[in-house]
Design a protein around this ligand. Sequence first.
Ligand SMILES: Nc1nc2c(ncn2[C@@H]2O[C@H](COP(=O)(O)OP(=O)(O)OP(=O)(O)O)[C@@H](O)[C@H]2O)c(=O)[nH]1
Ligand SMILES: [Mg+2]
Length: 467
Amino acid sequence: MIKFKEGDIICALSTPPGQSALAVVRATGHGVGLFLKSLAPQLTGPIESHRVYFTKFFSKLNNCYFDEGIVTYFAPQKSYTNEETLEFSVHGSMSIVDLLIKELILLGARMAEPGEFSFRSVMSGRLDLVQAQGVLGLIHSESAEQAIQSYRHLKGEFSNQFIKLEQSIIRVLGQIEAGIDFSTEGIELSSNDFLLAQLKSILDSIEQVEQYFNSGELLKQGFFVPLIGLPNAGKSTLLNILANQDRAIVTSIAGTTRDIIEQTVFVDGIKFNFLDTAGIHEAHDQIERLGINKSIKAFEDSDLVFLILDGTLPFDQQILTLQSVLDLKQKKWAVIFTKSDLVKDYDQQILLEQFINRYKLDLRLCFWISHLEPAKAKSVIFSTLKHFYSEKLDKDHSLLLHSRQFEQILMARKSINQAIFELETGMGHELVSMTLRQAYLAIQKVIGHHFDDDILDQIFSDFCIGK
Ligand SMILES: Nc1nc2c(ncn2[C@@H]2O[C@H](COP(=O)(O)OP(=O)(O)OP(=O)(O)O)[C@@H](O)[C@H]2O)c(=O)[nH]1
Ligand SMILES: [Mg+2]
């Protein structure tokens, strides 16, 4: 059930708690502007929306002024929540913030729940749910790409796709239902072929949205790239190069790494999660076995695998050992030969050619590195990654949605498919109409044109206090 109570005046600290130069406190709700009479008695005369006022703040509790700063006024219908709003910028001490919030509560406000400002924004129709995801994405963005994409959500670029879908479904529904109404008079308004063509085009749009969602998930979570190889191949050495620091222990003892060590690196604003893993070999004890099981799991969950091969040893044997526990065909992989400092340039070239011929690998996915030249190693790896993500990620159309919204998209696809089946097998239009209504409702839930308490609860629980 939705936990927010509408109608109250709510307030919260909108900047992180702690000491800082400034802190921003917001209060919103009908009549909040009147609070200024008591809080900022120096402000006389009418106040205008979107204007900032420099003033002293008065404490009723202490009967004295306690700080000076800026208050911005937002009139109803012109604020984030669509309700009258005050935004205070005060000195960033928690005692000042606490006192200001106490004063607001004394005047009739209550503390806001996490996400309550955005919830009001959605309820009042200022933002739809897809735009609200944009706000959330902006707050949580870890990379420039994610921030830019979130901003596009906020501006409504992606909402339009759902609005178009909604309209297309309702158009077909209208045609079907008009047909039902007139059928008794022997008039058929839209042929089944015409209805089917429209439904198939709606299905295409939904499938495209699904792809955009997958791309959005990659943007949020990043690509998972485990470093997989035999013991002593140089996996941990490479992880440390990528991390620019000593994250993993490196020794010449085979089987040094037992557990997964994860390191996130941003390449061109795209997130990559590299995983150092235990070397694949015949385990001698239980700890090694557990470590190797984790390596296998990392391989299975990966988006791209880096096979790390010791360049000083024959590659055939290494690949055979890896194949004995991993289904290499199942995944996309790149091959990194290590220890190039120990192998002559000429031999490196021959080995690369042999390898590419044998395993029919793209030349761009196979190269040598050495720990003596970390910058060079990073540069070849990053250009490989760029090549990889440009294939996988549609940076311009990455849809950032909650998984609950995605469930509704899948539901819509299922219903459209069902409606197509029903039309194709000559079932009654009454039934098709009911099925299409389910698809329509599902799309409405995604964008928030139909409120579903469960979905709203899930979405707003990801927000922070003050937003
Ligand atoms: N000469 C040379 N030695 C390297 C290079 N990369 C790694 N080594 C050495 O190879 C040995 C093993 O390196 P690690 O990075 O620990 O290998 P690993 O694959 O993590 O090994 P496990 O954790 O045992 O599976 C260490 O002695 C490294 O110093 C390289 O590019 N050149
Ligand atoms: Mg290691």
